[in-house]
Design a protein. Sequence first.
Length: 119
Amino acid sequence: MTDTMERRAAASAQPAASAAPDAPRTRVARDPSVDAIRIVLLVAVFLLHAMMCGVSVGAAGPVLENALEGQVWFGPVSWVVQIMPLFFIAGGFSSFHHWRSMRARGATPSEYISPSRAP
């Protein structure tokens, strides 16, 4: 881990060789609709997990259980509203868009993986 931190510090201390010192950095355009979808999906995941948490006190002490387990509607609804695959699809779309824009600027695959070295 120390080696990684030293390499990052050295890389940030040295200016990029491919960029001119007075050249303005181009900013990657973000699609706000994709960001909004990801936020909504994260909130939905949080709320569903919060609804599942059931704590009660039994004869032996606190009992943790899935509060939605006994609900008849929860099984069919959970199959229709698969939140995590939608979240990963939105994240994959965002990543693919970022890769295409970096590739158009001449970035290499290693620069895509390590954004601190991107042109």
